[in-house]
Design a protein around this ligand. Sequence first.
Ligand SMILES: *Cc1c(COP(=O)(O)O)cnc(C)c1O
Length: 424
Amino acid sequence: MKDPLQFDRDHIWHPYTSMVDPLPVYPVASADGVRIRLADGRELIDGMSSWWCAIHGYNHPALNAAARAQLNDAAHVMFGGLTHGPAIELARALIELTPRGLQHVFFCDSGSVAVEVAIKMAIQYWGAVGQPEKHRLATIRGGYHGDTFGAMSVCDPVTGMHERFSRVLPVHLFADRPRTRPGEDLHPDDVAGIRRLLEEHHRDVAAVILEPVVQGAGGMWFYSPEYLQHLKRLCQRFDVLLVFDEIATGFGRTGKLFALEHAGVEPDILCLGKALTGGYLSLAATLTSSRVAHGLSADGGVLMHGPTFMANPLACTLAKRSIEVLFESDWQERIAAIETQLADELARYADHPAVQDVRVLGAIGVVQTKAPVDVAATQRVFVDAGVWIRPFNDLIYLMPPYVIDRDDLGHLTRAVGHGLDTLR
Ligand SMILES: *Cc1c(COP(=O)(O)O)cnc(C)c1O
């Protein structure tokens, strides 16, 4: 029998890797709190929250207990023709926590699918209300919305794999991303681009879709919430729906429960995912207004989506409990403390010869390097330093679980320095 690591290497794909020449992977034995324990016994302080998800840390007693209790009731039942308490209670909580107009919830199994559903909602809406020509999407460059085809078509055209799939991807409309950072005065050119685009194309455009305030995997860029206020007015003026993708930013990461709260702007459609279950299971949700939900059935039609694991009871239970755990904690103070410490400690690297830019918002700290980082080599430096930080392209970034303490966060920020020193 092959050694397990060799089997993994020969037979299992990891994200964005080659089967011919895969990047190395580190076997994990267990994870607890903010520590990931490797099979060889080494412990790593987690700086990634497993890609935005594990906001309460790993192996959380309250979430474990909720999962066990739900297992005794039902791990899963189909959602066609059946319903259950976990879905109803979670939908109630999400409607309560999100802006007032968002009253209808579609549960699905991943963020990408939540984006597909949002796109379908927007296109079906305009079709049903007699404007089927409104079928295109507009967005800003530098976005990331997932890896399925609809989602991919609104990802950044350069970093988002458009070239490889250009023959099959729908062609949508892109404006430059706003360059004004949070807290700065809005640069007038920022709004001019999207205004021109909507002026020219609004007859064809169903919706503008974007990540509010923080663009995640498309480049970890933070921009002024004021931009969203202008965008909302433009969407109203040109009769275009507004879709916020808060799959990465939802549930506190930016310091507010949802990033849209920085702007006080209400979208027509909102996508949630990632931290929704506290990092336990894959679950996502697309919320929308009554205008869209009722409008899309104005012609007697139905929303054309229904995944097998829709509203999985185990995942819904965990999501409900995760939201409770968040509110039982002093999450706002914790995230504010993480933000202050990240800002203080990462600022040291602003003048480092390998560094292009340092930026911090909420519990997200980003160090952008001048040249792309060698992922395998840098990863090894981080593992040797006892931390789990996964760089990509020219970005070394931290988004730790909210429960991290000062010492552990200090380890993470110092390790970023070790990583940078190897890039000189
Ligand atoms: C991760 C992410 C997605 C895709 O979610 P998956 O669960 O990976 O399909 C979509 N939008 C944003 C903003 C994301 O960060």
